[in-house]
Design a protein around this ligand. Structure first.
Ligand code: PGA
Length: 219
């Protein structure tokens, strides 16, 4: 998926949804600012959703009671229109299916800047929604975002495992390799690699997504 194109369409559809109550330009700036606040948040007592709304509400100057139903409606009914800007890779479902079949405990460690409904929708598009995920990180119940190491620490605490029992599989050197700081081994997926060149961490393993199965000795 071309993330830039997807995000641009996402902002377009969302700003259109709110245009009667928030001018599109203000909406876009407020979404970016509230997302930035979530990413930089490190107050353990606040969920990402709470931080988002705390920043977003005063910026758009509308009551939360008016905004929340619009967001809910958008993510339930309209977000699915964005599917046409994505191209599923069948390898993802195949690999996750094999891992599940071999008894691996699965966590979808996606940056929790979106509501659970949006993440579930994207999982459906990618063909990975029906696997037995033990945890999917979403903005309703996460208190940190990538690349804050506290994001990974929160996952470890929720699943009750020490870092050395976990493998982080991801394609972003900045967002995903920081998991190493918790003792988590990392597998850098080179399909759709995102490398801004600012990570000080080296992956423990690196390869195409299907090569993860070889690394784990799975046929
Ligand atoms: O695509 C996103 O929402 C963020 O990317 P991630 O899932 O690799 O964290």
């Amino acid at each position: 998926m071309d993330m830039k194109e997807f995000m641009s369409q996402y902002f377009k559809v969302l700003t259109k949804k709110f245009k009667e109550i928030v001018p599109p330009d203000q909406m876009k700036k407020s979404l970016l600012a509230a997302t930035g606040a979530m990413i930089h948040n490190s107050r353990p007592g606040k969920t990402n959703q709470e931080v988002f709304m705390e920043t977003f509400v005063p910026l758009v100057n509308r009551p939360a009671a008016e905004l929340t139903p619009l967001f809910d409606y958008f993510y339930t009914h309209e977000y699915k229109e964005l599917r046409s800007y994505t191209t599923p890779d069948p390898v993802a479902g195949k690999v996750v299916g094999k891992l599940a079949g071999h008894g691996y405990r699965l966590v979808l460690a996606t940056n929790p800047v979106f509501p659970y409904k949006a993440i579930m929708e994207r999982m459906r598009w990618a063909g990975v929604d029906s696997f037995p995920w033990e945890l999917v990180t979403a903005y309703e119940d996460s208190h940190y975002c990538k690349p804050n190491p506290c994001y990974y620490d929160e996952i470890l605490r929720k699943i009750g495992l020490p870092g050395h029992r976990v493998l982080m599989v991801g394609n972003d050197t900045t967002m995903d390799l920081i998991a190493s700081s918790l003792g988590i081994k990392t597998f850098l997926v080179t399909d759709y690699l995102i490398d801004k060149g600012d990570s000080t961490w080296q992956p423990d393993f690196k390869g195409r997504l299907h090569e993860l199965l070889n690394y784990l000795n799975i046929d």
